[in-house]
Write a protein that binds this ligand. Sequence first.
Ligand code: HEM
Length: 213
Amino acid sequence: MAPVRDMAKVEPGESLRAGLRAATMAAHDLLDHAMQAASGWQTRADYARFLALQHAARVPLEAWLLANAPADLVPPAQTPLLARDLAALGVALPPSSPPFDPLQTLSKPPSAGAFHVKHACVGAAWVLAGSALGNKAIAKQVARIGGGEWPVAFLGDDMMMAFWQGLRARIERPAAPEEAEGATRAAEAVFAHFLAIAEHGEVAGSAAENLPA
Ligand code: HEM
């Protein structure tokens, strides 16, 4: 696994995006593996579990961003798309996961005065929007495995890709150290939130078990 880099040591001239990617690379790998283990998308039932897990994790993240972020940092809501896909598969919505609070979720508290919500919003929005890149790759596999029959409102969400393009202008430039630290800590917290649900969340398991493979 790649070493985790501490964003207190931002490389000179490095963009915020490059710093966020470097600082969370190991967390992303861990989450990717945990999600493949918890659900994957090899069968229709796996795919339903994958969508249910995404729904459970994203409800509190979307709520936190809506309550805390300026309008231009609120990504388009994807939980309605997930709900639509789950309904098309005949699976009930999973129970909500606990509310998201970046300061509660972090194992290592940020240094004093270095965490401002406005910076945290950039990091949280980056994780949700950046995940659309991975979703594009997953969508290709899902189209192949499901023979083009499985619903893909979430994986094929064009609104999130449009939001992502807008966000790039903001993050593909160097950031002040306090912005980089706040954004990084929040991004780490979002990955930790997802990981906790992937590792411990029993989402819609029983409903998905009843689906034909
Ligand atoms: C389920 C398994 C997952 C797979 C297979 C996966 C795969 C990928 C891939 C292939 C990329 C690189 C895309 C590119 O550079 O063109 C990527 C980027 C990314 N993914 Fe994932 N991903 C997964 C889950 C997640 C989840 C659950 C999240 C967050 C909630 C996430 C957040 C991100 C972020 C933030 C990026 C980087 C965006 C950037 O380049 O700035 N991924 N993922």
